[in-house]
Design a protein around this ligand. Structure first.
Ligand code: URA
Length: 430
């Protein structure tokens, strides 16, 4: 390289600021130069804000995604001899679906590489939940990951730092510059990591509602369509489900309690909504893997999915039979009147669980695995005055007040049942 840069960041920022499409080579350069730290955080923040305000053409989003993939390593499972299919959720409260889903799908002989993250803020992280299991190890080398995919079929582990490093920097920058919500930036961020991971097929669970990243269903649909197009254009068979996140998924919100609930699903029981979404996503994943008629309910009923779960936990040094941590203190809230639970909002319950210690405020903080909330009722349930509504758990009872203030006004008991709304609203394909 001559040392002379091919473009100028200010020209790229100005073009986007003035509502113009950025030429492909200039956009590729911008991402590469940011990864090399030639383009500064200040310049990239200005560019991200211009994208948030003026949007991007589909072709620009594709180039941006490609450039972020090119910033790091690209994995391949081509030598595995099994088809690979992954799932990504945009995140919600009580969303533990990956835990029963990965072993369920893998029990049909399909490889499921779930490269996951830790939680920040009110949405929990899959790795934090699994780390409630004594001995379980999130960090695997690429060789261990491939060997486990070949033997067990399902792997849930930490995403290595080599995948899309440009996104790592850009996501941290967006977090502190009010530019997280831009659909082109979310889509390219998520899809660059998924495409770099090397999965052959991908199912996206794009959530809308109070506990979701996108409150508005139309924006969630636009995000889903953008990501499905990006995956498909890159040769990854991609579909999406638009799913409701106005109320928490299941009864458990936290870490150890979410593992317990997931094991109930694998044992053929569990809450109806968690089972419904697990089955819907499993059917999508298996259809993309060429098994559209797989008997997914049967695999939960007859213990095949549970066997794969146990093998998956053991392969990462966890003990599937070990007791999970239990909190030192609990506090139960009861119904002040009789009636029907007409509303129970996801976001405040997610924030309350976080304040109890289930989530972290800073990336370096530890989580309290036993902390969280167990709901005893869901919207539509009839309750009598004095009946338990939910129980808070923490290692320190001093945390209860702030958690209770988070859920103040977040549920309602009335005379009329709420209108029924589907959990899976729509399926989006290329
Ligand atoms: N998750 C990601 O990985 N990136 C985003 O931009 C949003 C959610």
């Amino acid at each position: 390289m001559s040392g002379v840069e091919a473009f100028d960041a200010v020209d790229v920022i100005r073009a986007k600021r003035d509502g113009e499409a950025v030429p492909e080579d200039a956009l590729r350069w911008m991402i590469d130069a940011y990864t090399r730290e030639y383009v500064s955080d200040a310049q990239m923040a200005a560019f991200a804000m211009a994208v948030l305000l003026n949007g991007m053409e589909r072709s620009e989003i594709r180039v941006m995604t490609d450039a972020m993939i090119a910033s790091g390593e690209r994995m391949s499972f081509a030598g595995l001899g099994k088809t690979t299919v992954d799932k990504h959720s945009t995140g919600g409260v009580g969303d533990k679906i990956t835990l029963p889903l990965a072993p369920l799908v893998a029990s049909f002989g399909v490889a499921v590489p779930q490269l996951s993250g830790r939680g920040l803020g009110h949405t929990g992280g899959t790795l934090d939940k699994l780390e409630s299991i004594p001995g379980w190890r999130a960090a695997l080398s690429n060789e261990e990951l491939t060997a486990q995919l070949a033997s067990v079929g399902a792997v849930i582990c930490a995403a290595g730092s080599g995948l899309a490093p440009a996104d790592k920097r850009l996501y941290a920058l967006r977090d502190v510059t009010g530019t997280v919500e831009a659909i082109p930036l979310i889509a390219s961020s998520i899809m660059s990591k998924k495409i770099a991971e090397g999965t052959a097929a991908l199912v996206l669970d794009v959530k809308f509602g109070s506990g979701a990243f996108m409150r508005d269903v139309d924006r969630a649909r636009e995000l889903a369509r953008t990501m499905v197009a990006l995956g498909t254009d890159s040769g990854v068979a991609t579909t999406a489900l638009l799913t409701d996140m106005n109320t928490p998924l299941g009864f458990a919100i936290g870490n150890a309690n979410e593992v317990r609930e997931s094991v109930e699903v694998l044992a053929g029981g569990g809450p109806a909504d968690v089972v419904e979404l697990t089955l819907a996503l499993a059917r999508e994943m298996l259809a993309l893997a060429g098994l559209p008629d797989a008997d997914v309910e049967g695999a939960l009923r007859d213990g095949r999915a549970m066997d794969t779960w146990r093998a998956m936990i053991r392969a990462q040094d966890g003990d599937p039979d070990a007791a999970l941590p239990v909190a030192r203190e609990t506090h139960t809230v009861t119904a002040s009147r009789s009636g029907v639970v007409s509303r129970l909002e996801a976001l405040p319950f997610g924030i309350a669980a976080w304040r109890l210690g289930a989530g972290r405020a800073r990336a370096q903080d530890p989580v309290v695995h036993a902390a969280g909330i167990d709901l005893h009722v869901k919207p539509g349930d009839t309750v009598a005055a004095g009946q338990p509504l939910f129980t808070l758990s923490a290692d320190d009872g001093a945390r209860f007040d702030r958690a209770l203030s988070a859920v103040d006004g977040a549920w309602e008991i009335s005379d009329e049942a709420p209108a029924a709304s589907p959990l899976v609203l729509e399926r989006i394909t290329a």
